[in-house]
Design a protein around this ligand. Structure first.
Ligand code: CU
Length: 520
């Protein structure tokens, strides 16, 4: 009876937060993110088989695009950046609007798989070489026809998808998909002034590097951004992959017969990885064929560009907790008002539900506005109090070098706790509980304050919350606000039916003094 009540009392969400925050604190000593890819404008790709790993320990036979020779470059140039000859998703191709893009594709799939190809939806493609196919020219299996050439002008900026145009139900499922990021040929001057310039000053003050590919997603003043991430959503039915693996050694060409229905996916992936693998760094050696991660970090006030692609066959109702996402564009088409073509008119979305083949660019940010307590609570090193001077929007943006840069000033010094701490007075409504009563003890990431030493400052009536100085919670490492970003289809936050896993990541809001290092 008691046990049952206990179960009811601990909601799934609490469990999620406790478990996942714990994982975050334990596994994420630094922040690894960005939207990494390879630069062209000529890309030499191959399609070939390899095994990708999932957090349940399985190695899933898959097909993917990779580099047949070293690419001309990497952007951003991250530590350990590499382009293996097979990866899922395929290499992110980074080009600039107006460039003529050439993709040479060599077919290195097993003979029974037959032909393969690439579609570049939204672009006017000229295809040569290879053999004729249903949707485009394909790379065959004979040495005389196994290379196909695609040429197109990167006519529209934004995030675009590419994927196999041959037996899509099998080949896209097997992993033959990727992204093209087209950077705008020019960006508005406003993206380098005002609050964007202040954000850059703040980054520089704390020794951070700017890892953006551009300063705006489109040549529009509403498309400026301060940080960016690319997320490709897909799912996998291991039964299909097993059948393809079993037939891959047959001594015949184009003879694979794999049933792609009924479709029963067991893996739900972001950038080819599942939770918690997706929180590991980009190019981590333990995932030689899954180089890209899903590990968003940001500081308060930074406009964060989310580049979103639906791949696979299912829709995924992905929810970015902490704020809504303002959609800028779909499939590289900026959404403008019919009445006023100079104004953006994209929807503000609670869940950015992905649709197979559709891309979205959207802006997300977090500031703490509306919390009704002071989450900054900063104790100035000098011992004097920090000012919060509201700008026209109510934020402390005039002091980019200050620890409380971008604080929502209306809540400045507003007490949360009964007992005082830092600069914030006592007399607030809450008495923080004794950390020892939390089920997971030091694993509960329950500090209501931002900052690496938030755990020291958050003094409850019996100690700190959570206990600082423990192995899980050293006061000088990252202690951001963790927001779960996850699929709202609950089965999709499992890996092979075990929770937690799948399409689940933790977004961390880090106060200014924590340096977000995206270098690997
Ligand atoms: Cu949610």
């Amino acid at each position: 009876m008691r046990a049952m009540n206990m179960k009811k009392a601990i909601s799934k969400t609490q469990l999620l937060l406790a478990t996942v925050v714990a994982l975050t604190l334990l596994l994420t000593p630094a922040a690894f993110a960005a939207a990494p890819g390879i630069t062209g404008p000529t890309f030499n790709l191959t399609a070939r088989p390899a095994y990708i790993s999932q957090p349940d320990g399985s190695a899933v036979y898959s097909w993917g695009y990779g580099c047949s020779v070293a690419p001309s470059g990497f952007a951003p140039a991250l530590t350990g950046a590499t382009c293996p000859n097979m990866q899922v998703p395929g290499p992110t191709l980074i080009v600039t609007e107006g460039q003529t893009v050439v993709v040479n594709l060599t077919n290195n799939l097993p003979n029974p798989a037959g032909n393969t190809s690439i579609l570049f939806p939204g672009f006017q493609v000229t295809a040569t070489g290879g053999v004729n196919g249903l949707l485009t020219r394909e790379a065959g299996r004979a040495t005389t026809n196994n290379v196909v050439h695609y040429t197109f002008v990167a006519s529209t900026p934004g995030t675009h998808a590419y994927y196999s145009g041959t037996q899509g139900d099998l080949q896209v499922e097997m992993g033959l998909y990727g992204a093209i990021i087209v950077l705008p040929a020019s960006t508005p001057a406003v993206c380098d002034s005002g609050v964007h310039a202040s954000n850059l000053t703040a980054q520089g003050h704390w020794g951070e590097t700017d890892f953006r590919l551009a300063h705006a997603a489109y040549n529009h003043p509403g498309a400026c951004y301060d940080r960016e991430y690319l997320f490709q959503y897909s799912e996998m039915d291991p039964r299909i992959h097993r059948q393809a693996e079993e037939q891959s050694t047959r001594t015949c060409t184009n003879c694979m017969n794999v049933a792609t229905e009924p479709y029963l996916p067991a893996y739900f992936m972001i950038n080819g990885r599942s939770m918690p693998d997706l929180m590991d760094p980009n190019y981590a050696q333990e995932y030689p064929h899954q180089p890209y991660n899903g590990n968003p970090h940001m500081h308060p006030g930074e406009l964060t560009l989310l580049r979103i692609i639906g791949t696979g066959r299912w829709q995924h109702p992905f929810h970015e907790h902490g704020n809504h996402v303002r959609v800028l564009a779909r499939d590289g088409n900026l959404i403008l008002s019919a009445n006023d073509p100079s104004s953006l008119a994209g929807p503000l979305l609670f869940t950015t539900t992905t649709t197979p083949g559709v891309t979205m660019d959207g802006i997300y940010y977090w500031t703490g506005k509306g919390l009704n307590w002071d989450p900054y609570g900063h104790n100035a090193a000098s011992g004097s109090t920090l000012p919060c001077t509201p700008d026209a929007n109510g934020y402390n943006t005039g002091a980019p070098n200050a620890i409380n840069y971008f604080e929502w000033c209306q809540d400045h010094n507003k007490p949360l706790q009964t007992h005082p701490f830092g600069d914030v007075a006592g007399g607030g409504p809450a008495t923080l509980p004794d950390p020892n009563i939390f089920a997971n003890g030091p694993w509960f990431g329950g500090s209501p304050y931002l900052g690496p030493d938030a755990t020291v400052r958050a003094v409850g009536n019996t100690g700190t919350t959570p206990p600082s100085g423990t192995v899980a919670n050293p006061p000088d490492s990252e202690a951001g606000f963790a927001f779960m970003w996850h699929s709202h289809n609950e089965r999709e936050i499992t890996t092979n039916n075990i929770f937690p896993g799948g399409m689940l990541m933790m977004m961390l809001v880090d106060s200014r003094e924590f340096v977000i290092d995206e270098s690997n």
